[in-house]
Design a protein around this ligand. Structure first.
Ligand code: HSE
Length: 431
């Protein structure tokens, strides 16, 4: 048998312990596939004493996380600590400088420092692999970087956060409010104790910036992703969307025309019967549009011990086989800086929900505002009759510029008869 592929694992949370379980259980199979045994040499984490449900007694414990890169003879370090800076970054930089391969699930780190880390890896000849950073067990990084390479890719989009998809699915099924469903998701262990990265769209934004970089050959730029989370989505919006044949999904969407790039994460209405509309619970799904293929939809579990560990171990096997390519598919120095376009330029249909007093002339005032901004109404729902009291009015527009929709909302909000700020949600009907 060939020399073992010797690894250190930094981070022993859900993913790190999952990786150990996979290697302990499937070691023979992994050795066959990698052409050499995968040997865990050392481990490190914030706390040595914590109970973890795996036996780490046979591995050397490293107290100081970045010092793992000083262990003699390591082929690769698996970093599953997380965080865009701090010990994870210190360890990875040290390892890459020494030519030690790195496998990581750390989307935040790569979304912020991807080009620089890719350059470090190229300079020393190390591999930098991160399939587990995006959409758990879905091999989407490999697909975009290695399988769709014949194509100029014009769009990559999808459901990139399992926690948000679970919350939106459950809100629709139960009619419960966002806060209640979030608490339940936390109790089930789907949402973190601090859920802000998930529910504010930041986690999806990290993933989208990595997908865009691989798809378009552009610099990963998390700072250029516009993000709107799901905490303002109300059961009434989900119910109206359903009545109109739509579901609300948090979508990450990146579109590139060869020059201009737009990257957004925001709740959108998608047709309930569409491929994306049928992705529920904690599942993720990603679409890619190229010039020579249809739009394959890849779907699977985007989080959790098994799916994420599975992606990490697949990267370890690739590196043990000697398979390594630039982190974003092309040399780091050749990654383009595109012209970034903000969402005010997006042209789409919009769902508008207003809360207005039920009295004569209200609809005429709304229509005048929309007419003045050249926004055409496709359909309108007004339910109930409660003179002098607020009633919801839902408008579906024809295609309009988001900047005009925002201006319309601002003008409507100033009407005496408008009781709550209007709510605008983009309709993505062709996905
Ligand atoms: N918290 C993420 C999700 C998984 O809910 O999809 C890790 O990125």
């Amino acid at each position: 048998m060939s020399q073992p592929f010797r690894i250190g694992i930094a981070g022993l949370g859900t993913v790190g312990t999952g990786v150990i379980k996979v290697i302990q259980k499937n070691g023979d199979l992994l050795a066959l596939r990698a052409g050499r045994p995968i040997e865990i040499v050392c481990v490190t984490a914030q706390s040595k004493s914590k109970k973890r449900g795996v036996d780490i007694g046979g591995y050397r414990w490293i107290d100081d996380i970045p010092a793992m890169a000083d262990v003699d003879g390591l082929d690769a370090i698996v970093e599953v600590i997380g965080g865009s800076d701090g010990p994870a970054k210190a360890l990875i930089e040290k390892a890459l400088k020494k030519g030690i391969h790195v496998v990581t699930a750390n989307k935040a780190l790569l979304a912020h420092h991807g080009q620089q880390l890719s350059q470090m890896a190229e300079d020393s000849g190390a591999g930098l692999a991160y399939e587990a950073a995006v959409a758990g067990c879905i091999p989407i990084i490999k697909a975009v970087r290695e399988s769709f390479t014949a194509n100029r890719i014009s769009a990559v989009y999808g459901i990139l956060n399992g926690t948000c998809n679970y919350i939106l699915t459950t809100m629709r099924e139960t009619g419960c409010a966002f806060g209640d469903v979030l608490s339940e998701a936390q109790a089930k262990g789907y949402a973190e104790a601090d859920p802000s990265f998930d529910i504010e769209g930041i986690d999806a934004g990290h993933k989208l910036s990595l997908l865009a970089a691989n798809a378009f050959g552009t610099v990963p730029n998390f700072g250029a992703v516009e993000m709107t989370g799901i905490k303002d989505i109300q059961p009434i919006d989900i119910a109206f969307a359903g009545e109109l044949g739509f579901k609300i999904k948090l979508l990450g969407i990146a579109k590139f025309d060869g020059k201009q790039l737009v990257q957004t994460v925001e709740p959108c209405l998608v047709p309930g019967q569409s491929p994306l509309g049928s992705i529920e619970d904690v599942y993720n799904a990603v679409f890619v549009e190229g010039d020579f293929f249809e739009t394959p939809l890849l779907t699977g579990r985007g989080a959790g011990e098994g799916p994420t560990a599975s992606a990490v171990v697949a990267d370890i096997i690739d590196l043990a086989r000697g398979h390594k390519i630039p982190a974003f598919g092309i040399p780091a120095a050749r990654l383009k800086v595109p012209e970034y376009i903000d969402s005010s330029n997006i042209v789409a249909r919009y769902y508008l929900r207003l809360s207005v007093l039920d009295e004569p002339g209200v609809i005429a005032d709304l229509s005048a505002i929309l007419r003045d901004l050249n926004i055409s109404i496709e359909s309108m729902i007004q339910r109930g009759r409660d003179p002098g009291q607020p009633v919801p009015v839902v408008l579906m527009t024809h295609k309009a510029r988001f900047a005009d929709i925002q201006e319309a909302c601002a003008r409507i909000d100033k009407l005496r008869t408008s009781i709550e700020p209007p709510r605008a949600i983009r309709v993505e009907q062709d996905l």
